[in-house]
Every structure is written in structure tokens, then in C-alpha cells.
Write a protein that binds this ligand. Structure first.
Ligand SMILES: Nc1ncnc2c1ncn2[C@@H]1O[C@H](COP(=O)(O)OP(=O)(O)O)[C@@H](O)[C@H]1O
Ligand SMILES: [Mg+2]
Length: 394
């Protein structure tokens, strides 16, 4: 996969003379130390990350952790104090004003939490605004604006005024405006955070749907871990201006690596509510041999003895050989066993990199299996499914 956007050792010190602060940080000092010694605020402290093409890359962290500063450095609303920002391999930090404007117009679009729609202009004119600045001819920009309004589900609202739209619809206009320029990188800074929960869920689903067809590279900033889990292909977690954890949603939930990150995973109510039985895949017998019954799917299977207890696991290759009439071979002990009553959080704790999970009853009999994706899908799904459809509105 191509790396569309790479941040390398990026620093932002809010000060006219960042050098002394950078020196403290280089010696291992932190944001606090810099503030105590110099009174300068550290926005970013040595942040490096890599956003692959077509990623939904989430930047997550508590308020004040530096998320917006990172976004603002990328499109240079904030001037980085040190470090590189590579766009398709080319550093954009040294670019002059003219070239920067070009990058902002054609490569990177931003969607904010609160963005200003011009109140006396129709929705469609608001969407066209960026194109007008770019010098796109009137007919062409109208065509493009109509197209993107349809994409975000507002095809019939182009000739209304902003005050006629709900908060959710205005946020869609913001999205349409960002899409109109056809920039391939979207930076969304808490773009859904001000929306009420139901509309927020709808916008998240909408973004996932759009992403499947538009295939943009999205850098999405949020303080909401659940949102990060739901949308992200990768998540970077920030604290005090530093990137403290980076990885796939699965790996972060299952191996937080620090108390700060673990605290987010603990807040996931679902993990407390659901037990292994409610999420597991039921046992499907797929083969019987003299060694025992094999249950599972194409990805692999558990070998069970006569009483239904787990003897071990077969990977996809071993299972394939067994299905073709070959030897079953000795099943591997490389699996994790959890009681069916264990809550998902407990399951997540016991999970070990990629190993299959057997769910067993109180007698130790196999009742089903679980994968990391099953756990995550349930943890990340939102409360919206419990709300009657009739209560939804935009
Ligand atoms: N223009 C600014 N001047 C001084 N300090 C700032 C400025 N912008 C942000 N900061 C500080 O930088 C840190 C990171 O802020 P920000 O990036 O907005 O955090 P987040 O978006 O994660 O809530 C905070 O300590 C904040 O107070
Ligand atoms: Mg912010």
C-alpha cells in the first residue's frame, strides 16, 4: 500500500522562539517541563505516523492532547516547529504560500466540527464556494456541487438556505463542500462530535458508505474511542502532544499497552454487557475422524473428543488436508479457552495474537468459537440498534 501522508518527527511549540523548548524535549523532557521552565505550550511532541492510501485513519485522545494541532499543521493553519509532512513522499513544510494554496485547494480538504455556512447564500452556493475560489467556471462548479450534494443525500436541498437545515444536514453540507474540490485527502476534525447521538450514528454510517465508493484517504479526529473503533482502519492515540499508541482497532482493544489507553477500552460498556456466548459462532461439525469431531469453518477448526472437549486446533491448511481425506495429524494446543459466561472484556484480556478462541461451558465442553473480529464488531457497534426506526430524524 502506498503511504499517502507521512508525518515524521513533527513538533509544534506555541512560542515565537521554539528552539529552547525543542531542546528540552530532545533531552527527554515533556510538555509539563517545557511549560514550567519556559511558559511555552507544546502542541506536538515528536509525532510520527503514516497514513496509507484509502485508510480511515483515526487520531484519538483526550481534549488538549494535540489532535487539532496535528490537523492544523498538516494543512498549515499551524506552522510546524520542526519535522516533516510528506505528501506522496514530498515534504510540504518548506512550501511557499502559493504552492501551499494549491495543496489546500487540490489535495487536502478539511471538515470541522463547527464550520461556517454563509447564511445568505443557498446551500449549493455554499458547496460551490471552494470551487469558485479555485476559478472553476460557473456551469462546471454548479454541476459538481449538485453531484456532491446528491452523494451526501441532500440532492433536493441545494436551493434552500442554511437556516432551513437541521444540524445533521448542515454537517452533510460541510462534507459536500470538502468533497466538491475532489481533494484525495480528507481531514475531519471532530466533524460529528457536535451532533446528537442518533444523527451522529447516521453520519458515521454515511461516511463508511461514502468511503466504499469514493475511496479517499481520511484522517479523522475524535475524542470518542467508540467512534474510532467503528470507523477506523488504524487508530493513533495521543496524549500530551505525543503519539502513545498506534495500530489496528483490534490490536488496541486487545493489547492497550498502557493505562492511558486501557482506560478508553474500559469505557466500552458493551464489553461489560456481553458475554462470550452472546457473540460466539456456534459449533458446526464439519468432519468426523477417528481422532474426534472437527468443528469450525474454512479458516480452521477445533478437534473435539467424544465428550465434546477440545483436543486442539487445526489451521486452514491442516483442515484442508483432513477434508481431502488425508491424515488429521496432531492438533495444536495454540488456542485460548474461555468460559461462555466470560464478559467480552475478560475475553479480550485473554486473547493472544491471532490465536483462535474456544468458548466452553461449565463442564469444559466446546460450545462455540470467537475471533478478534467478533469481539470487536460487538464492542464497536453503537446503541442505535435499540432505538425504534420511527424515532430517527435528520
Ligand atoms: N493557538 C494556540 N496557542 C497556544 N496554545 C495552543 C494553541 N492552540 C492549541 N494550543 C494548546 O495545544 C495543546 C493541544 O491543543 P489541541 O490540538 O487543540 O488539542 P485537541 O484538539 O486534542 O483537543 C493544548 O494544550 C492547547 O491548549
Ligand atoms: Mg480539537
Amino acid at each position: 500500500m502506498t503511504e499517502r501522508l507521512q508525518i515524521q518527527n513533527l513538533y509544534k511549540i506555541f512560542s515565537n522562539s521554539p528552539a529552547p523548548a525543542l531542546e528540552i524535549l530532545a533531552k527527554g523532557g515533556n510538555k509539563n517541563e517545557v511549560f514550567e521552565k519556559l511558559g511555552a505550550v507544546v502542541g506536538l511532541n515528536n509525532v510520527s505516523l503514516s497514513v496509507p492510501e484509502s485508510a480511515m485513519y483515526m487520531v484519538m485522545g483526550l481534549s488538549g492532547s494535540g489532535k487539532s494541532t496535528l490537523a492544523r499543521c498538516i494543512n498549515r493553519l499551524n506552522e510546524p516547529s520542526a519535522g516533516k509532512i510528506l505528501l506522496d513522499g514530498r515534504d510540504i513544510v518548506p512550501l511557499g504560500e502559493e504552492e501551499l494554496r494549491e495543496v489546500r485547494r487540490t489535495r487536502i480538504s478539511m471538515v470541522f466540527q463547527h464550520f461556517a455556512l454563509l447564511p445568505n447564500k443557498r446551500v449549493i452556493e455554499n458547496v460551490e464556494f471552494g470551487l469558485k475560489l479555485r476559478g472553476v467556471a460557473p456551469a462546471e462548479r454548479r454541476r459538481r456541487a449538485e453531484e456532491v450534494l446528491t452523494i451526501v443525500g441532500l440532492g433536493r436541498w441545494g436551493y434552500h438556505y442554511p437556516h432551513e437545515l437541521s444540524g445533521g444536514m448542515r454537517q452533510r453540507v460541510g462534507l459536500a463542500r470538502a468533497l466538491a474540490t475532489d481533494a484525495d485527502i480528507l481531514i475531519m476534525d471532530e466533524a460529528f462530535s457536535a451532533l446528537d447521538p442518533l444523527i451522529r450514528t447516521e453520519m458515521q454510517d454515511e461516511l463508511l458508505r461514502l468511503q466504499r465508493t469514493l475511496n479517499k484517504t481520511v484522517l479523522f479526529i475524535t475524542h470518542d474511542f467508540q467512534e474510532a473503533l467503528k470507523l477506523g482502519t488504524r487508530i493513533a492515540i495521543m496524549s500530551e502532544g505525543e503519539l502513545v499508541r498506534e495500530g489496528t482497532p483490534q490490536s488496541i482493544v486487545l493489547e492497550p499497552g498502557s493505562d492511558y489507553v486501557a482506560a478508553f477500552t474500559r469505557e466500552i460498556d458493551r464489553a461489560r454487557l456481553f458475554d462470550a456466548r452472546s457473540v460466539m459462532r456456534a459449533a458446526e461439525p464439519i468432519l468426523r475422524s477417528e481422532r474426534g469431531t472437527i468443528v469450525g469453518d474454512a479458516g480452521g477448526g477445533f478437534v473435539l473428543d467424544r465428550e465434546g472437549k477440545v483436543l486442539g486446533v487445526l489451521d486452514a491448511a491442516a483442515l484442508g488436508r483432513a477434508r481431502e481425506g488425508g491424515e488429521v495429524g496432531t492438533p495444536s494446543a495454540d488456542y485460548v479457552s474461555v468460559p461462555s459466561t466470560a464478559k467480552l472484556l475478560e475475553v479480550a484480556r485473554r486473547y493472544r495474537d491471532g490465536r483462535p478462541i474456544a468458548v466452553v461451558d461449565e463442564h469444559g465442553k466446546f460450545v462455540g468459537s470467537l475471533g478478534a473480529d467478533d469481539i470487536l464488531a460487538r464492542i464497536a457497534s453503537t446503541a442505535s440498534e435499540t432505538v425504534p426506526a420511527g424515532d430517527r430524524h435528520v
